[in-house]
Design a protein around this ligand. Structure first.
Ligand code: AMP
Length: 399
């Protein structure tokens, strides 16, 4: 069965076409700069081929039409006819409290996604647009939504509530929801397989460290705490997001007129902070590490990033009491041996003994332990596969 996975952003569509259940990727790509001045740009890969096209895509509908033509025609094509695609899996960021797992999309599900746009204004509206566009263009397909928040539906109240007046939760849904759930769940399943135990018998700490970063404490296979909050801004320091800070800072900034309004505050916290805000030279960890010997701000940004990860690691070790494995994933988690070494060094008393050489040799795409064989708690690097997970969930529901 062919399953088409779509991750629709405000100006982009990422896609992968899977042959299920083998999870064979027939084609994948990303269309960027949709609706922006000048042409959109499609990067498409199939087999050993890679193509770049400039595309006239004033909106997502035009963009998706072009992607589907690319899949069906000429040398870029991998299928003869769109009718070969039987299901579409959509990544949806926010499913609120009511959605606890992947679902076939109907009017009720769409209404929930629309309502949750209030909590995820950057992500849910384009996700919904992707769903509506795909339904128009591929009307015979089952449409499935897989939610970033779903894996965290098991958070206990003591973990998801903020210490605000309870009415704000009851009336407005102000609470921690957590994100990156598909990635945390995927690497947790893989880690359990490595440990040779069912996931339900595993306590894990999963670290998704990419441009967005979050960590999750998993007890008996269930998410019991996670570092992102009501929105993906809380928790760790990220590429351009501040992560945790004293909420009084926001009051102070507004009261003194150092930010004009909520929109500017939002930009400051989500786009101008994090690694980019501290280093002053960008949000890319590679650039910071290349410059950290000569540039004290780049060094400071890397040190702060690792400090926060260690802080959450310690907290989650205490929350869980016992931990069977720590997992690193995401662009930084999978590739950055420097950050991993800073995070895990000197933790022998807590049962974690890093193998520095193995860690350094663990490069892109590799999976494995980076701790010594006698480390009481192993740490693994496991490349995430959110699209593959979405394809599996979609296949399960569609078949
Ligand atoms: P993601 O959002 O998961 O694609 O991750 C993006 C982040 O991964 C960026 O900050 C990149 O700088 C970082 N990254 C990718 N490759 C490396 C690498 N080899 N070393 C350090 N950071 C990396």
């Amino acid at each position: 069965m062919l399953v088409f996975v779509i991750n629709c952003g405000s100006s982009s569509i990422k896609y992968q076409l899977f042959d299920m259940p083998e999870k064979r990727v027939l084609a994948r790509g990303v269309l960027e700069r949709i609706g922006e001045t000048g042409s959109a740009v499609l990067t498409h890969r199939a087999g050993d081929g890679k193509w770049n096209f400039e595309v006239d895509a004033p909106d997502h509908r035009a963009g998706l039409d072009f992607i589907l033509r690319t899949l069906t025609t000429g040398e870029t094509g991998v299928i003869k006819d769109l009718s070969e695609i039987k299901a579409v899996g959509h990544r949806v960021v926010h499913g609120g409290e009511s959605i606890r797992e992947a679902v076939v999309i109907d009017a009720d599900v769409e209404a929930v996604i629309a309502r949750c746009a209030e909590l995820a204004p950057v992500h849910n509206p384009p996700n919904l647009m992707g769903i509506r566009t795909a339904r128009d263009v591929l009307p015979a397909c089952v449409q499935v939504a897989v939610f970033d928040t779903a894996f965290h539906h098991t958070l206990p109240k003591k973990a998801y509530l903020y210490a605000l007046p309870l009415e704000l939760y009851e009336q407005h849904g102000i609470r921690k929801y957590g994100f990156h759930g598909t990635s945390h769940e995927y690497v947790a399943v893989e880690a359990a397989a490595r440990l040779g135990r069912p996931l339900s018998a595993c306590n894990l700490i999963t670290c998704h460290l990419g441009n967005g970063c979050s960590m999750t404490a998993i007890e008996g296979g269930r998410s019991v705490d996670t570092s992102m909050g009501m929105t993906p801004l809380q928790g760790l320091m990220m590429g351009t997001r501040s992560g945790d800070l004293d909420p009084a800072v926001l009051v102070h900034l507004l009261r003194n007129g150092w930010v004009a309004d909520a929109a500017e505050l939002d930009r400051l916290l989500n786009r101008k902070s994090g690694l980019a805000g501290i280093s002053g030279i960008g949000n890319d960890m590679r650039t910071l590490e290349e410059n950290m010997d000569a540039n004290p701000r780049a060094l400071l940004a890397v040190e702060m990033f690792c400090h926060r990860v260690r802080f959450y690691l310690g907290g989650y070790l205490a929350l869980l009491g016992t931990c069977d494995a720590i997992v690193f994933t995401g662009g930084i988690g999978e590739n950055d041996h420097i950050a991993r070494a800073v995070v895990l060094s000197g933790l022998e008393a807590l049962g974690i003994t890093l193998d520095a050489d193995v860690n350094e040799a663990m490069i892109r795409g590799r999976t494995g332990a980076i701790t010594t064989p006698d480390s009481r708690i192993p740490a693994f690097v496991i490349p995430t596969d959110e699209e593959g997970m979405i394809a599996s969930r979609t296949y399960d529901l569609a078949k």
